[in-house]
Design a protein around this ligand. Structure first.
Ligand SMILES: C[S@@+](CC[C@H](N)C(=O)[O-])C[C@H]1O[C@@H](n2cnc3c(N)ncnc32)[C@H](O)[C@@H]1O
Length: 206
């Protein structure tokens, strides 16, 4: 995924109430699935403008917010400045440079993985920055027919959770469970609202 798609979308990203609703829903799910402590060090991978990470930042000691889009990170940085949040580190660097090795207790990521070409490499890189037994919580689209992104090309049209789980298992994760997790509502080309299924998957590093 090039930066351009999010470059255009960044400044109005948060204006879409459906994105805000989904971010709230996923943040609540992460809070259900992970026992935060005041010592938790976490990463929001593909954090975008921070709709999820900024909700969860007060729950952790330190939060890495990582994204490849400078435009999305510019919106995030302006929120960090105005809200005076001090425990967040923002980075667009590759994971190995952005985050210290074996330092994370938790990684969460919503709607970012389907934009990543080389998922085996991503899972290897994520694993390297996580502590043994650390949690990875993913919120993603279920496999769809490609219409979610309209005429924009993305590497993955959602996922079959079992297939994603198998890939993760090959890269050192133990997949604990996955479950359907609500819907995304999106206007279709005919103006009608279309619904796309989502899922949440929780894994830990072996
Ligand atoms: C659909 S947005 C989701 C943003 C945010 N997680 C949310 O739910 O509002 C996907 C995000 O993933 C980021 N992204 C895509 N590929 C990435 C990569 N290889 N590394 C880091 N971030 C990536 C994009 O720049 C974008 O901000």
């Amino acid at each position: 995924m090039s930066d351009d798609m999010f470059g255009e979308a960044a400044t109005t990203w948060d204006d879409n109430p459906e994105r805000v609703r989904m971010a709230e829903e996923f943040s609540r799910e992460v809070e259900k699935l992970f026992a935060f402590t005041p010592e938790t060090v976490a990463m929001d991978f593909g954090c975008g403008t921070g709709l999820i990470g900024l909700r969860l930042a007060p729950r952790v000691k330190k939060l890495y917010m990582v994204d490849s889009s400078q435009a999305m990170l510019a919106v995030l940085r302006s929120k960090l400045d105005s809200e005076n949040i001090a425990n967040v580190v923002v980075s667009s660097a590759p994971l190995g440079k952005a985050v210290e090795k074996t330092s994370l207790d938790l990684v969460f990521s919503s709607m970012a993985l389907h934009h990543v070409d080389d998922l085996p490499k991503l899972f290897t890189d994520m694993h390297a920055v996580m502590k043994p037994g650390a949690a990875l919580i993913i919120g993603e689209l279920l496999a769809e027919d490609g219409s979610f992104h309209g005429d924009k090309a993305v590497p993955h049209h959602g996922f079959v959770p079992e297939e994603l789980a198998a890939l993760m298992e090959e890269r050192g994760f133990e997949v604990l469970h996955h479950h359907a997790h609500g819907m995304v509502n999106k206007p279709g080309p005919d103006g009608g609202l279309r619904q796309f299924g989502k899922f949440v998957l929780k894994a830990c590093t072996r």
